[in-house]
Design a protein around this ligand. Sequence first.
Ligand code: CU
Length: 145
Amino acid sequence: MRNLSASLASVVLACIGCGSSGSSSNPAGSINGCVPSDFTAAPATGTVSVKYGDPIGLVYAPRCVSIAAGQSVTFAGDVSSGSTFSVHPLRPGGANGGPSGTTGNPIAAQDTGSTYTVSFPAAGTFTYFCRTHEQMGMYGAIQVR
Ligand SMILES: [Cu+2]
């Protein structure tokens, strides 16, 4: 009986993790958890920073960002918190097999280092995710106008 209780507790805990990251952050019609109204406009000039990993957690922030064509985005992990691409491998595309967005995604896979800057020359909606934590809601999208 003790083993059964422990098993049930594990299942419950696992499902709490699923519920908090899955359906609620990836509504129907969204792309990597972003609906059109989610895309926050970045400052009109300069490089936009998207943070990831600890200390903010298994997320990208901002998750849904809107930039102008020609702007760049820097994915920036806090090394002192252990947030690198080794821990959070960056991948272009739709998380959990979802829609990948506009073709010609300029984001390249990253497995080492902690910061990566990528330029977006053309309009579209470009997706990315963490290969390790995509099922936990670690993904986002960049809308280029
Ligand atoms: Cu990750």
